[in-house]
Design a protein. Structure first.
Length: 532
């Protein structure tokens, strides 16, 4: 009997202690609660300097002058050398014609952790490129630099007639890819978000050009070092008294509409989103995706065409190169235009932050939709925090400019990681649904606080006055115990949560008064409406 009693005591002790140890492990080592951290970051403001893009130099690649040996053969050799250094690089998808071979997309980081991909000019050693521009009042050049094979020296040069003036001499450390496939393995101890706050490798430069105001000059970039240098998104910004509306598109992956509080009064999982939906957003009750998978949905969202026309919106995670090239060729021929590329060509910063893997062709599952830069975060458990903190950094630098930004959160998607307290809140606020998927309910509850901090950042940076904000899912889901084994509910998988914030001034101009839209609508309508 004593032995049996000891066994019962030990088992009872284990039953009590084991959950406590698990809670300590999850909260302090594996997935610390990031709500307070992102809330603080959301409230960090920066001086709002109202600017717009005057010249996007990447759009002038066919007209730029090239000096030195920058032939297609040289660039091909450089691409191969850079790839051997485990740096992600490929040629730009939508550029063709003269000098197109110099236009590349290059990404730092590692697949499976994060990839910071940017559209850039690849400048071989000993070469230079020049652009004819007219300098306007308050003009300043901004670009990101990356030296790939060794440390680099870059000169920003002004040429007027036969006279050359070096404006700035810039030094770039050699970028070395420190991550390997072994780093893409999830660790048991993940405290302090080391991946989410890692150095991205790119160095940002700003060159003031005000003293050349009113002059037509040639602005040049001269590679004076022993390394290939990538010059990403070189642009000339000028002050702007008026700006066009920004567009912010936020997607949470794969949640049924019945689980959102603004669609179901019996759901208490997303109370903040429900409050804002009722106060400030227009809610669409019957917005439908083109299919039940993210890839199919992004085709409708970004291209407003059916997947069988794009040739890549299909239910698989590998797309043959010839299918991808068919898509790019159709864009070059003007058959359709992806939304991010449209905004970029029309003078917007076009940026993506996400972990869907479908908007970056450098990833094996991705297609290039034309963002000027993409930050693709895929290392759990930092993906949610990583996306948010990078987006907040972007806002501190660009809130006073015209931009189109797409954020894609896998927050409510597998592996269903969230800070521990949200699992308890999910069970309390959706007890019946939690019988089926308690982890899923916790992640939806977490999503409400993720959005709360996003909204806090919108207020901090004054974006509620000049931005259209879409909050949506890419498709629905079928996690519902009451319908288990009741057949395939396709509508559950394709009906999207969709609501849009329109600034008060624009609402008045358009005469918009409704709060809910009940007619059945396809996501094919979204891109043309935002563009209009």
């Amino acid at each position: 009997m004593k032995v049996v009693r000891k066994i019962f005591i030990i088992c009872g002790f284990a039953i009590i202690v084991a959950p406590m140890l698990f809670c300590v492990f999850w909260s302090f080592f594996f997935f610390p609660d990031d709500y307070a951290i992102t809330q603080r970051e959301a409230r960090i403001a920066s001086p709002l300097i109202s600017e717009k893009i005057d010249v996007d130099l990447l759009q002038r690649i066919p007209q730029m002058r090239v000096f030195g040996n920058a032939s297609s053969l040289v660039i091909e050799g450089l691409l191969n050398k850079i790839k051997q250094q485990r740096v992600l690089i490929k040629q730009e998808a939508y550029t063709y014609g003269k000098n197109a071979h110099l236009h590349v997309r290059i990404g730092t980081g590692h697949q499976g952790i994060w990839v910071d991909e940017r559209s850039a000019i690849l400048l071989p050693m000993g070469t230079s490129v020049y652009f004819d521009i007219e300098i306007k009042k308050g003009a300043r050049a901004e670009f990101a630099g990356l030296s790939t094979l060794a440390s680099g020296n870059l000169a920003v040069v002004l040429k007027s007639g036969k006279k050359f003036t070096v404006i700035e001499e810039l030094y770039l450390d050699e970028y070395k890819q420190k991550f390997t496939a072994q780093d893409a393995v999830l660790r048991f101890i993940n405290r302090k978000y080391p991946r989410a706050t890692d150095d991205i490798g790119w160095k940002i430069f700003t060159i003031h050009l005000s003293k050349y105001e009113g002059r037509r000059i040639q602005l040049g970039f001269m590679n004076k070092g022993n390394s290939a240098i990538a010059i990403a998104n070189p642009r000339i910004f000028i002050p702007a008294k008026q700006r066009r509306y920004n567009v912010i598109y936020i997607v949470f992956d794969g949640v049924s509409t019945r689980l959102w509080s603004m669609y179901n009064e019996n759901s208490s999982l997303t109370p903040f989103m429900k409050q804002k939906a009722e106060e400030e957003f227009i809610v669409f009750d019957n917005m439908f995706a083109l299919g039940d998978k993210t890839r199919i949905s992004t085709v409708g969202l970004f291209c407003s065409i059916f997947p069988f026309l794009s040739r890549h919106g299909i239910n698989r995670n590998y797309i043959p190169d010839n299918e991808i090239e068919h898509f790019y060729a159709a864009v070059r021929l003007g058959q359709f235009m992806p939304l991010p590329e449209f905004f970029r060509r029309n003078g917007y910063i076009s940026r993506q932050f996400g972990n869907s893997g479908f908007t970056v062709q450098l990833l094996g599952t991705g297609v290039d939709y034309g963002f000027d830069a993409s930050y693709e975060f895929s290392f759990n458990p930092y993906d949610t925090y990583g996306i948010t903190t990078r987006f907040f950094n972007f806002l501190r630098e660009n809130a006073g400019r015209e931009f189109f930004v797409y954020l894609h959160y896998n927050t409510p998607h597998k592996p269903f990681y969230a800070p521990l307290r949200y699992y308890f809140k999910g069970v309390l606020n959706a007890p019946l649904a939690s019988l089926w998927r308690p982890d899923f309910m916790g992640c939806i509850q977490y999503t409400d606080d993720v959005f709360k901090n996003l909204y806090e950042a919108f207020k901090t940076h004054g974006l509620l006055e000049n931005s259209m904000i879409v909050v949506a899912t890419d498709h629905g889901s079928g996690f519902d115990l009451s319908k288990f084994d009741a057949g395939f509910q396709y509508a559950d998988y394709t009906r999207m949560m969709f609501m849009i914030y329109i600034p008060p001034r624009l609402r008045r101009e358009l005469g918009i008064t409704q709060k809910r839209v009940s007619p059945y609508i396809s996501q094919l309508n979204i891109a043309p409406t935002l563009v209009e």
